[in-house]
Each structure stands twice: as structure tokens, then as C-alpha cells.
Design a protein around this ligand. Structure first.
Ligand SMILES: Cc1cc2nc3c(=O)[nH]c(=O)nc-3n(C[C@H](O)[C@H](O)[C@H](O)COP(=O)(O)O)c2cc1C
Length: 390
């Protein structure tokens, strides 16, 4: 559970974001290309605000990689905030620059603004919102892209697609027998990352309406991991259960308000004979014909694709602001408005992939160990051979 550890640091309008990932074995081929590609995917999506037009994220590998291969030492990544040039005074670490910009005193409902200011004793909400902002997710995505490279080395792929934005919803799902790779490929063609072209159109219409009328939208996305062998995670303790670890990782993403494993809440509404995945045995060994459980039973991966769903609330900052209260005078007034997305569900799916990849990479290293990639692969190969013999 601690084979792979990471931390991120950085404020939304500070000089940039920093991330440290420890536990990636030596010998993994790594360049900035797959990292930048995922950073770009996070920035896209119909309904994003002006910020995404300013930032064009690129990662810099600061440590842990030499001549294109990981060293086994901590990997440090940096992603600059291009907006920093406009904030050098406003976000300066120097006491002599204090008072450079007006404090934020009208906390926004739905944000950490008020609770954070009360908890940390701040008079300026900016001291909270700079870190609570989802800008931090760029580093989650960058570190997740490294985890994805490790998973790919043993044939594990993590993908996502959007299933709902507001009321616009597609029933397409990896749980409904659709090929996740096809769903993912179709989603990558869509600017709302929805695999269903007719529903993509409805989603765009819903976002246009929200934009025009000054409100925002949330939605749901599905994450699928293929190639995960049976046996990651454990039934022995609550914090070893892979379903719990994956749910925690997704629930830790800004604005995520619900996580489902497999059929999730729908499972509770159906009788038991309809939602268990019956067991068969044939040429490839054990197999299932259904995957209602989303590839997880008793906290352990069972060899079927892992399928998770997450629900994102609507963006809390609204162009038509909600009611709030002045932090010093307690006067009723409208909440502050910072340039904002109208809908970020497509980006949230990409962030979900990153978090799932980090958890699966951790579980993989826990099961197979290995200080070098070769050692990890040998151990993985031996186990896969053993599974075939069962
Ligand atoms: C990809 C992404 C982009 C977001 N963009 C914005 C935004 O532009 N404006 C905003 O007010 N909230 C945005 N949010 C949501 C807030 O970060 C989040 O709701 C807030 O930090 C409060 O945390 P909570 O919703 O988890 O309670 C975004 C979230 C994500 C995942």
C-alpha cells in the first residue's frame, strides 16, 4: 500500500506545480511525451474556461530519469504555471510584496473558501483557494502518466469516457458488454469525451445553454482498467481492499461526490441472481461471462476489467454568482467570481485515469515487487504462468 508514494505541491497562480513519485522501479523507459500528451488531454473539453487557453502544460523531468530510463530514485516533475507572470506580486513569497492585490473576502459556496478561512485563520480567501483549486490536478495527471507507463509494461491499460453531463446521458458502458477500447477510442474523438456521438451533441447543447444562462454542469464518467490479473489487493483488511483504495483515490479528486464499483448503486436494486458474475472454466482457465462486479470481488481483482464510475458535481463558481457573506463585515453580498469552467467532466475523467493508474501501479508493485522493471516483469510473468495452470 505504500510501494508507490507521491506528493504534489503548488498553488494555482504560483510559479508552478511540483510532484514527487517514489517507488517506480529502475529501467522503465520514460520521456515527457506521454506525460505531456495526458496533460493536453486534461486541458481539453468543451465547456472549459479562459484559464485553459492561457496554460499549455508541459512537464519537466527534474530527477529520477537518466538517458530515457528511470533510475529507481524519486521522480520529480515540474509543471510551470504560464499565468505566473501576471501574479508575481500577488503570489509572492516575500513579505515586502504583501498587499500587492485586493484580498478575496466573499467566499464562494461549494468551495473550500469559507471552511478553509475559518480553519486556518485567514482573512484573505485567496490563501485557501490557491491550493484548493483543481489546477493541482495537472500534477496528479503528470504523475499518473508515469504510473500508466509502468502498467503498460505489463499489459495494463487505464481508460475513461464521459457517460453523463447534466441530464444528457449515454447508456454505453463496459459493464453492458461494450468493448472498453472501442468506447475509449470513440470518446477520444469527441470534445466532451463521450463515446456516443448523438449524446455528445446533447451534451454540447446543455453546456451552451449553461454558458449562456450563467450556471454550470456536472456529470459522470467511467474508468476501465484492462489487463489486470486476478490477485491485486487483498480481502484481509479494509485498507488493503483494492475496491476501497480505488474509491478513495477517485473521491480525493476535487468535485467528485460519488464513486461506484462495477454496477454500484444499481446492484442494490436488483436481486442477487441478476448481479453476481458466475464462474466458468475453459481453455484460458477461469472466466466470467458478465462483469457486474467491475472486476473486483472481496477487495481483490478477479481478472475481469476493473470498472469504476465517478460523479462530479457542477462547477461551484458561477458567472451569475450565488449569495454569500463578506468575511469581515458579515454583510450579505454576491460570491466572488474567478474566471471559471462551465463544465469540466471530460477533464475529470482524465484525472480519474491518473488516480486509478497510481493505485493500480502501487498494487502491482505490492504483489510483484522488483527493484528493476526486468525483475517486476519476471515476477509478473511467473505468476501469469501459474494462473494458467489453475
Ligand atoms: C478538472 C476540474 C476543473 C475544475 N474547474 C473549476 C473551475 O474552473 N471553477 C470552479 O469553481 N471549480 C472548478 N472545479 C471544482 C473545484 O475544484 C471543486 O469543486 C472545489 O475545489 C471544491 O471541492 P469539493 O467540490 O471537492 O468539495 C474543477 C474541478 C475539476 C476536477
Amino acid at each position: 500500500m505504500d510501494r508507490l508514494r507521491f506528493l504534489t505541491a503548488g498553488e494555482s497562480h504560483g510559479p508552478g506545480l511540483c510532484g514527487i513519485l517514489e517507488g517506480i522501479p529502475a529501467g522503465l523507459a520514460l520521456s515527457t511525451e506521454p506525460i505531456d500528451s495526458d496533460l493536453k488531454r486534461r486541458q481539453k473539453g468543451y465547456g472549459r474556461g479562459g484559464r485553459m487557453k492561457i496554460e499549455s502544460d508541459r512537464a519537466r523531468i527534474y530527477s529520477g530519469v537518466r538517458y530515457g530510463l528511470t533510475l529507481g530514485s524519486p521522480i520529480c516533475l515540474l509543471v510551470e504555471n504560464r499565468d505566473w507572470q501576471n501574479w508575481e506580486r500577488g503570489m509572492s513569497p516575500l513579505a515586502s510584496d504583501a498587499g500587492g492585490i485586493e484580498p478575496v473576502v466573499r467566499p464562494r459556496p461549494g468551495h473550500a473558501d469559507l471552511a478553509g478561512a475559518l480553519k486556518y485563520g485567514h482573512q484573505d480567501v485567496r490563501n485557501i483557494l490557491e491550493r484548493s483549486s483543481a489546477r493541482e490536478t495537472a500534477m496528479k495527471v503528470a504523475l499518473g502518466a508515469v504510473a500508466k507507463q509502468l502498467l503498460l509494461a505489463v499489459g495494463i491499460r487505464v481508460m475513461s469516457y464521459v457517460r453523463a453531463i447534466g441530464e444528457a446521458y449515454t447508456p454505453l458502458s463496459a459493464l453492458g458488454g461494450h468493448d472498453p477500447t472501442d468506447l475509449f477510442r470513440a470518446a477520444e474523438e469527441s470534445d466532451v469525451r463521450c463515446p456516443d456521438p448523438s449524446v455528445s451533441g446533447l451534451m454540447r447543447q446543455a453546456i451552451d445553454k449553461a454558458m449562456k444562462e450563467g450556471y454550470s454542469l456536472g456529470g459522470t464518467f467511467e474508468i476501465v482498467a484492462t489487463g489486470v490479473p486476478a490477485g491485486l489487493g487483498s480481502h484481509t483488511h479494509w485498507d488493503r481492499r483494492l475496491n476501497a483504495r480505488l474509491s478513495y483515490a477517485l473521491a480525493g479528486i476535487q468535485a467528485i461526490k460519488g464513486v461506484e464499483v462495477g454496477l454500484g448503486f444499481e446492484m442494490s436494486r436488483r436481486p442477487g441472481n441478476e448481479v453476481m458474475d458466475e464462474i466458468f472454466h475453459g481453455a484460458p482457465g477461469y472466466f466470467r461471462k458478465t462483469n457486474f462486479g467491475g472486476g473486483l470481488e472481496g477487495g481483490i481483482s478477479n481478472g475481469m476489467p476493473i470498472v469504476l464510475r465517478a460523479a462530479m458535481k457542477p462547477i461551484p463558481t458561477l458567472r451569475r454568482p450565488l449569495r454569500s457573506v463578506h468575511l469581515q463585515t458579515h454583510e450579505a453580498m454576491e460570491a466572488a467570481y474567478e474566471r471559471s469552467d462551465v463544465c469540466a467532466v471530460p477533464a475529470a475523467g482524465v484525472i480519474g485515469e491518473a488516480m486509478v493508474a497510481l493505485v493500480l501501479a502501487d498494487a502491482l508493485l505490492e504483489k510483484f515487487g522488483g527493484d528493476s522493471l526486468d525483475e517486476l516483469k519476471r515476477n509478473h510473468h511467473g505468476y501469469m504462468e501459474y494462473l494458467k495452470s489453475r
